[in-house]
Design a protein around this ligand. Structure first.
Ligand code: BMA
Length: 862
């Protein structure tokens, strides 16, 4: 059941607030989720039925069979009427006489999507208008003993948006809003509503503009006192000493002297008698910890978490609140240097290269993303050796559970505020809503040690400024005065409100106005030749640059780049029928939202590979192609360390089954790209590249100490004959990239057949192989790939099914699949050298038979 983890968490927690079993008074607090007996009804129509809260109207209609699966074939088209309707959600809950005697009784709406009028017993409690906000409402004036009727009236976000567009002096740029698909012509209304941008469509997403009670509703009651929030500030953290400060927000009904104490697993850290005034008090308790266990990002050490418990007692009242956080110093370093200005993250004094991806919401219907889904996407990141995810600004401020997983796994988070690729209104109601949204989310998330950066928006600075014509052509739609007004609106949000909130509500977290941007100031917009700031390099793909150009466009921090592929065939089978198996079919086209998508894939494929006609082979080739491009990008970025200090590809996941830039598809099936990323994000990477007449081999290490070991280089032909071989003992330099070996490329090519030779690189420290890689001297298309004889056995290895595979000649991009099984292979789409033998373990599937195994490899594609 979705969100049952929320309920479970609530049973032990009150917000983050724990019950103190010893305190009878505290045990009389009320805390229960209002999740039962909900129903929905169409306001201007007949539809009604049982509802799930948290949920959305689309998933409620689906659960009752009133609509077909929105993700199947072209069903999306038939479901566009839903967002033009108003819907009413109702339930009832009981209150006992003693509960009504509480001095505080509230309903806490963790998330309402979006224009929600909330009534209790027919009295209007709240008019919500921002999906990203949390609303606490006092219900004492209208609550009654016995049955209470709760009603949430959800206005159509489209009708609200249309009215605002009508009243607006001009329309705003919102290129990703698929208004045409929604039957609205060119009326793009998404920007008026504080709601996830991707709900209105994106170049990887369908258009489902949801309505619903998307996060839990919780009834809370208490007497006299509650701790509303605790923020563990970290003014200074070193491995010798952490100077910390608990900032406690406590609400009391009676002024008086209270004892406030902070403790953790090993006992009390500090306590103080303090005079509190009636109402809300914010008090600070500084304390220190000697030799703290530091929180490290994945790959550098333990992501150690401490549990700090804050207790307040006095006037016969007691309350406590727990915060789990990690202790670390973390900052964005932007320092002038000979190349320009750095853009790098320093964690506990270590300059850490960020290896990661951009992250989008896991589903169009957010409440059905359960704990298991989050576990999967975070496991995919961790298993691919990542240390950072960017929560992209066209989605949502994620659920607490997402950040908990990031904390636990040492994944740093680049957190965008939820603004992407559009301009927004500038009226005071809108600005106030944005400010409150920012406060709600910064306060909710600020204790997470994983949060590394708050970023104002995605690509809006670029959209406005980039290029000589001025951005993406937005400006030419407006008069000079209008441009000034739009610019002012931008500056109000991204250079005033948001940085002020970050400044006021965090302990010095870094803020960056827009991704990408060359410098902090508004006019420092980023191009493709940045020597400062972060870069989104879309020359490959949008700009039709060849993959080799990843080499040319080095950034100080590469926060986006990517290349599309189709979902895995097993995933395609879930939304398409055999008659749809053509990438240009109506169904496949409906699951490809980039207008240039198929063209780009085909074009790049023709540069690098044979383009197959067969549908399944085409999907396979799209994966191989995407992995090849990504490999060239990541190798270039890591090799450019320390000039470049981060690479976040676009994008790790999908919100539905679609052709996209993702490395794992909607079902979490790893594409070839994800396997490639995993290898290239290991602490040590070897990489060879052709640099102006020389073939250079680089070793990149994220280890914090030099590694002694043996670098083995061998050139072999595709039949396995050794052409050249050399072993060298080296000390691989810590936390940087270094050139380890080089040849004169022309001389080298004279000694081999470039179409039939490969360079094999390995680096071993003792018996442990820390890295390996292959370098080919010709494009796949120009290679003379042999016909290998693959020997494959299905065996058992450590109690799991496994494939044992060997070959007599080179086999490239070997792909395994067990049709209709959820098999996850420990490696896939890999190259096997002549004489090499591998054991590939298989998870997630049983009852496998070798007869069912499907295999493809590059040599077969004609
Ligand atoms: C980037 C992202 C998204 C988009 C992707 C692919 O610019 O920020 O807006 O989906 O490119 O075009």
């Amino acid at each position: 059941m979705k969100y049952c983890y929320y309920l479970l968490a609530m049973l032990i927690c009150f917000g983050c607030q724990t019950f103190n079993q010893e305190q009878a008074l505290e045990n009389t607090r009320i805390m229960r989720e209002i999740s039962q007996n909900w129903s929905y009804a169409q306001v201007n129509g007949e539809l009604k039925g049982k509802a799930t809260v948290p949920g959305t109207i689309h998933t409620d209609l689906l659960a009752e069979g009133k609509i077909k699966d929105p993700f199947y074939r072209t069903n999306e088209k038939d479901l566009q009427w839903i967002d033009k309707e108003d819907w009413v959600y109702t339930t009832s809950f009981e209150l006992k006489a003693n509960e009504l005697k509480k001095s505080h009784l509230i309903l806490d709406f963790k998330g309402l999507d979006t224009y929600a009028d909330v009534y209790l017993n027919d009295s209007l409690l709240l008019k919500a208008d921002n999906m990203f906000r949390e609303w606490e409402v006092n219900i004492l004036p209208v609550a009654k003993e016995g049955v209470n009727q709760l009603k949430v009236y959800l206005h159509s976000p489209i009708n609200k948006g249309l009215a605002m567009l009508e009243a607006s002096p001009y329309a705003y740029p919102a290129g990703n809003d698929q208004s045409e698909n929604g039957g609205l012509g060119d009326k793009r209304v998404s920007i008026f509503t504080r709601k996830a941008g991707y709900h209105y469509g994106w170049d990887w997403g369908p258009r489902f503009v949801t309505s619903g009670i998307w996060r839990p509703v919780i009834l809370k009651g208490w007497d006299d006192m509650r701790i509303r929030d605790v923020f563990i500030k970290q003014p200074s953290v070193t491995k010798e000493k952490a100077s910390l400060e608990a900032q406690v927000t406590v609400q009391v009904d009676k002024a008086g002297t209270y004892n406030i104490a902070v403790s953790h697993e090993n006992g009390e850290l500090t306590s103080k008698e303090l005079k509190l005034t009636e109402g809300e008090n914010v008090v600070s308790l500084p304390f220190t910890m000697d030799n703290p266990k530091l929180w490290w990002s994945h790959g550098l050490g333990d992501a150690h978490m401490y549990n700090f418990k804050t207790s307040v007692s006095g006037n016969d009242m007691h309350d406590s609140y727990e915060v789990a956080t990690g202790l670390r110093s973390l900052k964005l370093v932007r320092e002038k240097d000979e190349d320009g200005e750095s853009f790098l993250f320093e964690l506990n004094g270590v300059r850490v290269f960020m290896k990661g991806a951009n992250y989008i919401p896991n589903d169009n219907f957010l409440p059905r993303v359960d704990k298991a889904e989050y576990d999967k996407v975070i496991a995919d990141a961790v298993n691919a050796n990542m240390n950072m995810l960017r929560v992209w600004g066209g989605g949502i401020y994620e659920n607490d559970y997402f950040y908990k997983l990031c904390d636990k796994n040492g994944l740093l988070v680049w957190e965008d505020f939820m603004f992407a690729c559009s301009l927004y209104p500038d009226d005071s109601a809108f600005l106030n809503s944005v400010k409150q949204e920012a406060i709600d989310n910064v306060v909710r998330l600020r204790n997470h040690p994983s949060i590394a950066l708050w970023c104002g928006n995605n690509e809006i600075n670029t959209g406005w400024h980039y290029g000589s014509e001025g951005g993406w052509g937005w400006k030419k739609e407006y008069t000079t005065e209008q441009q000034e007004a739009l610019q002012k609106g931008y500056l109000d949000v991204f250079h005033k409100i948001l940085p002020e909130v970050v400044d006021q509500y965090t302990d010095g977290d870094d803020y960056w106005p827009s991704s990408p941007q060359a410098g902090y100031e508004w006019d420092q917009h980023a191009g493709y030749t940045s020597t400062s700031g972060d870069m989104h390099y879309w020359g490959v793909w949008h700009g039709l640059h060849p993959f080799e150009d990843f080499e040319k466009y080095k950034a100080r921090f590469m926060s986006e780049y990517g290349f599309q592929s189709f979902p895995d065939f097993e995933t395609v089978k879930k939304y398409a029928e055999p008659k749809d198996y053509d990438i240009e079919s109506e169904v496949m086209a409906a699951h490809q939202r980039s207008g240039i998508g198929n063209l780009r894939i085909r074009e790049y494929m023709s540069w690098e590979y044979n383009v197959p006609k067969d549908f399944k082979q085409f999907l396979y080739m799209s994966h191989v192609l995407q992995a090849r491009g990504t490999k060239m990008a990541i190798e270039a970025h890591r090799r450019a360390m320390p000039y470049c200090m981060g690479t976040l590809y676009w994008q790790i996941n999908d919100c539905w089954p679609v052709a996209s830039w993702s490395s794992t598809d909607y079902t979490h099936k790893w594409k070839a790209m994800h396997y490639t990323v995993k290898k290239l994000y290991k602490p040590v990477m070897l990489s060879a590249f052709h640099n102006e007449g020389r073939l250079e081999v680089y070793g990149v290490s994220d280890f914090l100490e030099d590694k002694e070991g043996t670098l083995s280089l061998e050139i072999i032909d595709f039949d396995g004959k050794s052409i050249w071989k050399q072993d060298e003992d080296i000390a691989l330099a810590a936390n940087t990239s270094s050139k380890l070996f080089e040849w004169n490329y022309t001389h080298l090519l004279n000694s081999l057949d470039s179409t039939q030779s490969v360079l094999k690189m390995t680096f071993k420290a003792g018996d442990e192989e820390l890295a390996n890689n292959l370098y080919y001297f010709a494009k796949p298309k120009d290679q003379k790939l042999p016909t290998p004889e693959l020997k494959i056995e299905l065996v058992e290895n450590d109690g799991k099914p496994a494939l044992e595979i060997s070959t007599d000649k080179l086999a490239r991009d070997i792909y395994f699949n067990f049709p209709d099984k959820e098999a996850h292979f420990s490696d896939n789409y890999f190259d096997l050298l002549p004489g090499e033998k591998r054991v590939i373990s298989i998870d997630g599937a049983s009852g496998l038979s070798k007869d069912d195994l499907e295999i493809m490899h590059l040599g077969e594609i004609k």
